[in-house]
Design a protein around this ligand. Structure first.
Ligand code: NAD
Length: 456
């Protein structure tokens, strides 16, 4: 507790020196971060292998490559993003100019989850640094090896008064949350998100919550099945389904259900072989608690494909589940594992009504070649973001702000959205002394008639 208080005081003192406000400093530090990740690449990949059995390819693609892209994108555009933004001034403020200044919040806290343990700790940090803040990163204790590598990387690269990492579990997280940070950025579950928001309320600290939920994957009758199946399997089973934006369940047009499921089965064998659990490229479930939770969800389900599991190695095969009803246990919580329940529909109105009866999802995927129906889906269902005719990829673009809505989260990041998230927008009206309009000053007498003419 005392160490955390001391760290915060140290960071606050450093922030007040104004060094982090200088653009050169920010760009230099972002480049240092890039170089540090480059140097530690093999260690990061090894930690991801140990924590989640992530292959080198998956680790590089989903955890490291995206970080390089985010850093370069931010470092290159930072001078433009940070420039005060000129905005128009209404005519009644004669001789004034209006500008919006992006100002760092100060000292930020970033709390990360275990499923993409490196990327989800470092990606928000890039935004915090680009915006000129100091930051404390709390990686997830459930990915201990990656947590250790993150802590070392941050220790070796930055002075703790600027950027620090504090490893630990819920107790450490709660001790950090008790302190008055200037911004909280949390990625994790809906349940914990509520605790974070309650803690933030104590200090009226602004907060971004990147949460989860059940993201539907809807396939209409005109979708080309082979490519649709490949894109669904890739999105659902990457990281063994432990992805916040993974398709949680498949909602498929009745007329193509069997054909699509046959394609999904063929694709699963193409991707992972007939014994996926033996495949060295197939990740494992993070721990025994989550493994048991997934086992429970599968209880009583009609398995069409897969279903094999090995509790010793925490490995669970990609599994497709048929004849699912909305009231089944598997439809009551975010699955966050390699289980894919399948529901069917006949009309889009049914889909819209069914999805809108659930909490607003983090992501939604719709497969169809019909433009009008694509537009209808985008406009009729509230959700964080998503793809038409693909899965997950909206997350991998610095030009698309990423975040949830309602119970799937609040706030956005990635690219410029990260910079904006970690910046306070300070509005300044700068008035000349050349003219001083008497209208606004008492005594008001009969000035109201002029006021009425100005504001009709
Ligand atoms: P979690 O909420 O259990 O933990 C996240 C972090 O919060 C960890 O660092 C943990 O130490 C801390 N924490 C846990 N309990 C806490 C408490 N009571 N008080 C304070 N801090 C606490 O989440 P998780 O299991 O690590 O991650 C899985 C969840 O995260 C899923 O719901 C998933 O959808 C969501 N997620 C969302 C995104 C996104 O970008 N929206 C990305 C990845 C994961």
């Amino acid at each position: 507790m005392r160490d955390i208080k001391a760290l915060l005081t140290q960071q606050r003192r450093f922030y007040c020196k104004g060094i982090t406000r200088k653009l050169d400093f920010r760009i230099e530090q972002l480049n240092r971060l890039h170089a540090a990740v480059k140097k530690k690449e093999p260690v990061i990949l090894e930690a991801l292998r140990n924590d989640l059995n992530k292959s080198e390819f998956e680790g590089y693609l989903t955890e490291i490559g995206l970080i390089y892209d985010e850093i370069k994108h931010a470092a290159r555009r930072l001078p433009r993003w940070a420039r005060p933004q000129k905005v128009p001034t209404p005519f009644y403020h004669f001789w004034s100019r209006s500008r919006i200044y992006s100002e760092p919040y100060g000292v930020c806290l970033i709390i990360a989850p275990w499923n993409y343990p490196f990327q989800l700790a470092i990606s928000p940090l890039i935004g915090a640094m680009a915006a000129g803040n100091c930051a404390v990163v709390k990686p997830s204790e459930l990915a201990p090896q990656t947590s250790r590598v993150i802590t070392e990387l941050i220790h070796d690269t930055f002075e703790p008064e600027y950027i620090a990492a504090v490893a630990g579990g819920i107790d450490v997280s709660q001790a950090l949350l008790a302190e008055p940070f200037d911004y909280l950025f949390f990625t994790g579950s809906v349940a914990v998100g509520k605790h974070i928001m309650a803690a933030a309320a104590n200090h009226l600290t602004p907060v971004t919550l990147e949460l989860g939920g059940k993201s539907p994957c809807i396939v209409d009758h005109d979708a080309p099945l082979a490519v649709t199946a490949r894109r669904i399997v890739a999105g659902k089973f990457v990281n063994a389904g432990q992805t916040c934006v993974a398709p949680d369940y498949l909602f498929v047009h009745q007329s193509i259900k069997d054909d699509l499921l046959r394609q999904i089965e063929t694709t699963l064998i193409d991707f992972y072989g007939p014994r996926p659990m033996e495949n060295q490229e197939y990740p494992k479930i993070i721990n025994a608690r989550h493994f048991a939770r997934l086992q429970n969800l599968l209880n009583g389900c009609k398995v069409r494909f897969g279903g094999e599991m090995d509790p010793e190695r925490l490995s669970m095969a990609p599994t497709v589940i048929e004849d699912v009803q909305w009231q089944d246990p598997i439809m009551q919580e975010e699955i966050f594992g390699p289980l894919l329940p399948v529901l069917t529909f006949e009309t889009l109105s049914q889909v819209i009504a069914a999805v809108n009866a659930q909490p607003k999802p983090l992501a939604l995927y719709y497969f169809s070649q019909n433009r009008a129906r694509q537009q209808r889906m985008v406009r009729s269902i509230p959700f964080g973001g998503g793809c038409i005719n693909d899965t997950l990829l909206h997350v991998a673009s610095p030009y698309l702000p990423f975040g949830g809505v309602g119970p799937s989260g609040m706030g956005h990041y990635h690219g410029k959205a990260s910079f904006d998230t970690f910046s306070h927008q300070k509005s300044i009206l700068n008035k000349s002394f050349r003219f001083d309009m008497p209208l606004r000053y008492p005594p008001y007498k009969n000035k109201i008639s002029l006021l009425r003419r100005m504001f009709r």
